[in-house]
Each structure stands twice: as structure tokens, then as C-alpha cells.
Design a protein around this ligand. Structure first.
Ligand SMILES: Cc1cc2nc3c(=O)[nH]c(=O)nc-3n(C[C@H](O)[C@H](O)[C@H](O)COP(=O)(O)OP(=O)(O)OC[C@H]3O[C@@H](n4cnc5c(N)ncnc54)[C@H](O)[C@@H]3O)c2cc1C
Length: 464
């Protein structure tokens, strides 16, 4: 039976002595710091927060939620918040940041709250790197549960393709060590199916022998943006798998923190990560550099520990919403609409990002996993900071931005969905067969719907 939120708060005392980490209820010092992560729009509002220090804390929190007939959500660093939890128990994994590298096996054991930067720093002394993404502050475990398209993606595939083992607490309160041998179906689902099946306490991931990359950004001014977008599209059709790249169209605010040449400009930023000698990288980017005057050029050889400078994304928490599409191809006509639909004249600020996919991303791993739409050639993401009262306008602008691309859309990526999604939207992240398999497993593993996941797998409907 579900308890009232007041009864749940009162019962939180039961956790003291059972968990090592702190327990917070609304109004307590530290409650807000724990529940509000990087994404500031509509954060979780739990009745109890457990600041887990280890797997036994996670288990105690899950058992507590189950015993009190309430729901449980997990948050690492809060970049990927989907639907917020109202009431119930939030497990905050921000204290579980351990990373252990096994250099000879080329693997790392990563606890649930570790950021990619922490994994990168631990792997670097061994000449190794994880399949991390553009923003090193993002949590490695949530990123990987959602698939994970990173800087080395075209050469090495999804982060989820490199997972060896996942430990999690399931709805029955059991701590499971899941591998391809121990539980093939759950192992398939956890790699790409998001946080639907339990509270993950840690995972073993494969590392790749990468110490240095050639990478950075090329920045072009407003008038060049349409030509740069089209030239980048054509260029991506010529590059090897060793080259992973993206282009963003974005306004740079006129503030001192922004490098002088970019301040107040609406610019295009090509972001490149090339695995290979710097001279090869220099040759590859020649056609891009030749596109015209550059506002800024940060391309260079760099250690992977500085890979966060390739995209150079803001690391200050803020409120935002996004939409995305995984595209079979990139239509030049659709591309040409972006300067109108997301340019300086639209009523809300838009950051449009296009990532080049393909290469190893398109090849199914062994063993297979739940990542959907591997065949996508590009990902298109539109993101806007959101001020109070702006959400409806932002939604309308994003619809307008995506409309010309719908013909080539295969579906969406859950990792790049920053906000709640409805059933059809979550379903579109997977093939129909993939969704049926995930929904059947969810019904088996968590029949009472104990876990509140940011992007919940919809139950099977008649038409499924
Ligand atoms: C600036 C920025 C850059 C990004 N770059 C990339 C990129 O290059 N490639 C890419 O693929 N993605 C990228 N993302 C998306 C990112 O991978 C996801 O948003 C990821 O979930 C964020 O990690 P987090 O620790 O902040 O997650 P959180 O917001 O803490 O968690 C996200 C969701 O994951 C689930 N979850 C979290 N921890 C657990 C757990 N221990 N067990 C079970 N479920 C759990 C929950 O459902 C939770 O709602 C980016 C996001 C941002 C904001």
C-alpha cells in the first residue's frame, strides 16, 4: 500500500544506521543540493534522498522504497534528467566515484557516480582511454546505460558496446552481477535501455589504447554558417573512421568569459577528434580551414585528458530542454533551413548540434545490445536554455527546427533527450522488436514499477 508522503518522510529515520551515507528529507540542509543536479529545470522532488556511499546503501534504499510501496529514482550528476520523481526515494550516487583500472585487461571498474573525467584521469597513466563523450563532467554510468556516442565513436562504437559487467540492485532487492553469461537478456537490455531495470552500482568497461588525439574546434562567423554546414556535410562523406566530428550552430554571449573573437557572435563551430598523427589530421582538415576566415582555430595534438576542450561545452548548471533525431542521411535542403529556423532571429536561443555517426557505430557488437538505430548516419540535436514561462515557445521552435528533417528521421536518442518524453517518443528510440523485448523484460524484472526512470520504457500496447 502506498504511504502518504508525510508518513514516508517520518519513516526515513529507519534508514539511519542502515546506510553509511546521509539521508535527507524536504527542508533539511543539503536536501536541495542533493536533488538538484546539472539540469536546473524541474528537478526531482523526492520525499527521501539517500546519499549512497556504496552498494549496500543502494540496496537499503531500494528495500526501503519497496517496503513502503513507493518509487525510487537514481541520479548521478543530473545532466540527463527526464521526468522528475515526485515523492518517493531518490538515490544520489554522487559519492560513489571510485574508478579502478586494470591496465593489462584494458578495463576499468567504474562506480555509479564517477564522471568521465575521473575515468579519463585514471586510465591516462596507462596510455588508455574510455569511450567518453563531449562533456567530461557527465556521469560515465548513466551515459553508457543510454548507449553513449563519444569522441572516439566512429572508430570504436558506442560506450555500451564496451561493457563487460554491470552490478545492480533489482526491484526484488537482490544485488546482481550481470554479465553476458550470467543473465544474457538483462545484459542485453542494460546496454542501451537506460536505467529502467534497477539501480546500477558500478560497471566494468573496456578501455582503448589512446593517449593523444588530434582535435579541437574551427569557428566561423554568421555569414559563413550556411556554407560551413554544407561543406562539413560533404566533408564527412570523405573522412575515415578514425575521424569523429560534429558541427554546432550557436550564439556566443557577449560576456568576458567567452574568448574575445567569439563574443556576441552567432557562429558555426566544427568539432573534430581524429585518431592518428597530427600531420594526418592537419591534412584532413585542410578543406575546412580553407572555407574562409576563422574566428578561432583550436585544432592541435592534445592528450586525451584534455578531450573536453574539443567541444568546449559550458560546465555551469542551467535549465534547458532539447529535442533530437537520428537521421538516415542529411538532406542539403533541410540543412539549409537551419539558419532561419534556429538562427539569431528566433525568439529563444538555440544551440543546434549535428554529429557524424556511422563507422563502428553501425556495426553490431558481440554480444548484441539494446542500442537502437545503429544505422543512423547523423544525429541532430537542438537545445535551448529555458527561462521560466518559455517552455511552450521552446517546444514550438524545436518542432520547427526538426520538421524539415522528419523524412529522414529513424527515431531519437534517449541520451540527447533532456526532458520528459511520452510513450511514443521513448518507443522511437528503439526498433519495434527492440522495444517489445525491453518492455517484456521490464514487466518481468520490475512488475510493480518500483524504478522511476527518466525515460521509462512504455509497456506493451495492443498495437505492439
Ligand atoms: C553538455 C552535455 C554533453 C553531453 N554529451 C554527450 C555525448 O557526447 N554523448 C552521449 O551519448 N551523451 C551525451 N550527453 C548526454 C548524457 O550522456 C546523458 O544525459 C547522461 O545521462 C548524463 O549523465 P548524468 O550523470 O548527468 O546522468 P543523470 O542525469 O544523473 O541520470 C540520467 C538518468 O540515468 C538514469 N540513471 C542514472 N544513474 C543510474 C544508475 N546508477 N542506475 C540506473 N539508472 C541510472 C536515471 O534514469 C537518470 O534519470 C550529454 C549531456 C550534456 C548535458
Amino acid at each position: 500500500m502506498t504511504e502518504t508522503t508525510r508518513e514516508l518522510s517520518a519513516a526515513a529515520g529507519e534508514l539511519i544506521g542502515r546506510v553509511d551515507g546521509p539521508v535527507y528529507t524536504p527542508g533539511a540542509d543539503g536536501y536541495d543540493k542533493e536533488r538538484i543536479g546539472f539540469q536546473r529545470l524541474a528537478p526531482h522532488r523526492p520525499e527521501v534522498v539517500v546519499g549512497a556511499r556504496g552498494e549496500q546503501d543502494v540496496r537499503a534504499a531500494v528495500e526501503f522504497a519497496a517496503a513502503h510501496g513507493t518509487r525510487v529514482a537514481v541520479q548521478a550528476r543530473g545532466h540527463g534528467l527526464g521526468a522528475p520523481l515526485e515523492g518517493g526515494v531518490l538515490i544520489s550516487t554522487g559519492r560513489m566515484t571510485g574508478v579502478r583500472v586494470a591496465p593489462h585487461e584494458r578495463t576499468a571498474w567504474v562506480e555509479a557516480g564517477a564522471s568521465w573525467q575521473q575515468v579519463i584521469e585514471a586510465a591516462a597513466p596507462h596510455g588508455l582511454a574510455p569511450l567518453s563523450g563531449s562533456a567530461p563532467g557527465v556521469g560515465a554510468v548513466p551515459y553508457t546505460l543510454g548507449g553513449g556516442v563519444g569522441l572516439l565513436a566512429r572508430r570504436h562504437g558506442f560506450a555500451a558496446d564496451h561493457v563487460r559487467r554491470i552490478d545492480l540492485v533489482t526491484a526484488d532487492g537482490r544485488l546482481r552481477r550481470v554479465t553476458a553469461q550470467s543473465d544474457p537478456e538483462l545484459f542485453w537490455a542494460l546496454r542501451g535501455g537506460g536505467g529502467n531495470f534497477g539501480a546500477v552500482t558500478g560497471m566494468e568497461v573496456g578501455l582503448v589504447p589512446v593517449a593523444r588525439i588530434y582535435g579541437g574546434g574551427l569557428y566561423f562567423d554568421t555569414a559563413q554558417v550556411p556554407d560551413v554546414l554544407e561543406a562539413w556535410r560533404r566533408w564527412t562523406q570523405t573522412v575515415p573512421e578514425e575521424t569523429t566530428s560534429a558541427v554546432a550552430m550557436l550564439p556566443f554571449p557577449d560576456v568576458p568569459q567567452v574568448p574575445e573573437p567569439l563574443r556576441g557572435r552567432h557562429a558555426a563551430q566544427i568539432q573534430i577528434c581524429h585518431l592518428g598523427p597530427a600531420e594526418e589530421g592537419e591534412r584532413l582538415v585542410e578543406p575546412l580551414r580553407a572555407l574562409g576566415p576563422l574566428l578561432r582555430d583550436t585544432l592541435r595534438e592534445l592528450p586525451y585528458t584534455e578531450s573536453g576542450t574539443v567541444f568546449d561545452e559550458p560546465d555551469r548548471p542551467h535549465a534547458y530542454r532539447s529535442q533530437n533525431r537520428l537521421l538516415a542521411d542529411l538532406d542539403p535542403g533541410a540543412l539549409a533551413t537551419l539558419t532561419r529556423s534556429a538562427g539569431p532571429l528566433v525568439p529563444v536561443m538555440c544551440v543546434v548540434g549535428l554529429r557524424h555517426l556511422g563507422g563502428a557505430l553501425a556495426r553490431p557488437p558481440q554480444p548484441a545490445n539494446a542500442v537502437g538505430h545503429r544505422e543512423a548516419a547523423y544525429a541532430l540535436v537542438v537545445l535551448s536554455p529555458v527561462e521560466p514561462g518559455e517552455e511552450e515557445t521552446v517546444r514550438a521552435v524545436h518542432r520547427d527546427v526538426l520538421a524539415p528533417f522528419e523524412d529522414q528521421a529513424l527515431g531519437r536518442s534517449l541520451n540527447f533527450s533532456f526532458g520528459p518524453l511520452d510513450h511514443d517518443q521513448v518507443r522511437s528510440a528503439f526498433t519495434p522488436a527492440g522495444h517489445r523485448r525491453l518492455a517484456a523484460l521490464k514487466a518481468r524484472c520490475d512488475p510493480g514499477g518500483l524504478f522511476h526512470c527518466g525515460h521509462p520504457i512504455p509497456p506493451l500496447a495492443e498495437e505492439d
